[in-house]
Design a binder for this molecule. Structure first.
Ligand code: UDP
Length: 236
């Protein structure tokens, strides 16, 4: 399958049309942004790591009962995915307090939460992706009640699966962001990516950060952290 015209260029990926109207090709970039695009840089090798890690995890999740947009990996950076309309929500699941949760609620980073938490942000750069609740989502019409229930069910299923999967590699799943899409027949599927860009991964023993926080917080060792996650999960 070949790329036709580019339909969309995001911060970390490009999306291309294909000859099949129900399929797109995504191409992962090494570009990195943080603080809603205010901080820019590149992370060498990131595109390939995120593409391969996402595809590997999405295939595992499919087997675990979570439908995804994954179709076929073409090469290191490029993957065929189902054409979906993205539900404009960042779906965030947390097991341990960190980042904006710690700041907003004054809960120290690293505090284990008494129950996994779920929140949504409205994907809108112009508004800086504001936090949004179920009522607001229904009121604006970003999703229906049924779609939101499906999204929440899948988000917690992804959390249970990934948390246990990563434990075997000595990685704690602190939190992560998912995006869902709707196929042409209205089915909700997991889309976007699952990678160190979109998850917080901490080494279970040393609590060393193995994710994009190293870039966001200018901690150094960014490329090494992505490579370490790749090595632990895919063995290379
Ligand atoms: N996240 C993301 N994209 C965003 C915002 C957050 O992938 O635009 C991920 C982030 O990597 C983390 C989780 O969502 O794993 C929760 O992020 P948080 O709300 O704490 O935001 P941050 O502290 O990164 O601003």
């Amino acid at each position: 399958m070949e790329k036709l015209e580019m339909l969309y260029e995001g911060k970390a990926k490009k999306v291309y049309a294909t000859a099949d109207p129900e399929k797109f090709i995504v191409s992962y970039k090494d570009d990195a942004t943080a603080l809603n695009g205010k901080k820019k840089g590149t992370i060498a090798g990131k595109g390939e790591i995120n593409n391969r890690m996402t595809n590997y995890l999405m295939q595992k999740l499919e087997d675990a009962g979570v439908p995804t947009h994954f179709v076929e990996e073409l090469n290191g950076r490029e993957t065929v995915v189902k054409k979906v309309t993205i539900v404009p929500l960042e779906v965030i699941v947390r097991n341990v307090a960190a980042g904006s949760f710690s700041k907003r609620y004054g809960v120290e980073e690293g505090t284990v939460l008494k129950a996994p938490s779920l929140e949504y942000s409205y994907k809108c750069d112009a508004l800086d992706d504001p936090l949004i609740n179920d009522y607001h989502i229904l009121a604006i019409g970003l999703a229906t009640r049924e779609e939101l229930d499906t999204i929440a069910k899948y988000a917690f299923a992804v959390n249970e699966y990934l948390k246990n999967f990563l434990k075997a590699y000595n990685v704690d799943l602190i939190d992560f962001k998912l995006e869902f899409g709707k196929t042409s027949d209205g089915t909700i599927v997991l889309a976007d990516e699952i990678s160190p860009d979109t998850c917080r991964f901490w080494d279970s023993i040393t609590h060393e950060k193995l994710d994009k926080d190293r870039f966001r917080r200018d901690m150094g060792g960014v490329e090494e952290a992505y490579q370490e996650m790749m090595k632990r999960i895919l063995g290379e």
